[in-house]
Design a protein around this ligand. Structure first.
Ligand code: NDP
Length: 291
């Protein structure tokens, strides 16, 4: 029986700690952190993610403004909206819910966010800082994964980590964080030949592919630590499921994350943490200017 790392429980604990921290901010700084979330269109998955972020903000005591715009918004209008939020001293974090409609250049939009308010850690300067081991806002999902591994007491140094998936938001940055933690990291993707042979090498297997129950029991080494990032609909039951076939992998794993209730809640938890970090960094910068 594997130990199951509950992202739901860990995030509840961390959010309670953050709530206690934020409760002291009005007296100390005159206000609480403010997160602005931009939602373009009404894609049900995006609406549900944005709702989850607003709910977590309430739990932590962070002010949340969700700004909804129609699918037809132009890129210029969206960039103007971001420029306004960049200039607003009362806004500490800006998040643009992805994906954006096809007529909008996502990279341009992300790059338009003031780096100091980039709570997602997607701004090119934050990405560059991560790869150069400089202080930066870490992307939420990879940060949440590392938090889970630490909380479960998983040793990373010197161990073999395999990350399946190489996206900018999950696979690449989590590989870098594992490397920084002194794991030996292999990155696998859609062109990897004999994927099972690669994943079976893993002491720590992180899967971010986006395919229901893609990782089967014979692809996992006995005693592996398995982190399932995927959020999919099971075509048979219609229920949420991960990229890992939990029923057959769990008996082989030593530690595993569930879907739902695993990486997802930790992603939102780290967004709250990043918003507080941006708020504190901006206050420190202001205080330094006034010295
Ligand atoms: P992307 O679609 O951007 O990337 C998927 C990656 O999987 C690509 O690198 C792709 O390889 C690789 N891949 C696809 N098919 C295969 C295959 N047959 N064998 C090996 N590798 C393959 O997805 P994301 O990284 O954005 O998301 C991955 C999953 O994680 C999704 O289910 C998403 O919903 C979920 N997610 C969950 C979050 C959470 O908070 N829980 C947050 C973000 C994402 P290649 O590069 O060669 O195309």
């Amino acid at each position: 029986m594997a130990k199951i790392i509950s992202g739901k429980e860990l995030s509840a604990r961390l959010k309670a700690e953050m709530a206690a921290q934020v409760a002291a901010f009005p007296e100390k700084y005159g206000r609480v952190p403010h997160l602005a979330v931009i939602l373009v269109g009404d894609d049900p998955a995006s609406v549900s993610y944005v709702t989850g972020k607003a709910k977590a903000s309430v739990e932590v005591g962070i002010r949340n403004t969700t700004i909804r715009r129609p699918e037809t918004i132009t890129e210029t209008e969206l960039l103007e909206l971001i420029a306004g939020l960049n200039a607003d001293p009362e806004v500490d974090g800006i998040l643009v819910q992805l994906p954006l409609p096809k007529h909008i250049d996502t990279d341009r939009v992300i790059a338009a966010i003031d780096r100091s308010k980039d709570v997602d850690g997607f701004h090119p300067l934050n990405v560059a800082a991560l790869w150069q081991k400089q202080p930066c806002t870490l992307p939420c999902t990879p940060k949440g994964i590392l938090r889970m591994l630490w909380a479960a007491g998983v040793e990373l140094e010197g161990r073999q980590a395999v990350v399946v998936g190489r996206s900018n938001i999950v696979g690449l940055p989590v590989s870098k964080l594992l490397l920084d933690a002194n794991a030996t990291v292999t990155m696998a993707h859609s062109r990897t030949s004999d994927l099972g042979a690669v994943t079976r090498q893993a002491d720590i297997l992180v899967v971010a592919v986006g395919r229901s129950k893609f990782i089967k029991g014979d692809m996992v080494r006995e005693g592996a630590v398995v982190i399932d990032v995927g959020v999919n609909r099971d075509p048979e039951t219609g229920r949420l499921c991960g990229d890992v076939d939990f029923a057959v992998v769990e008996p082989k794993a030593s530690v595993i994350t569930p879907v739902p209730g695993g990486v997802g809640p930790m992603t939102i938890c780290c967004l709250m943490e990043n918003t507080i970090e941006c708020f504190l960094n901006r206050h420190e910068a202001d205080a330094a200017l006034k010295k």
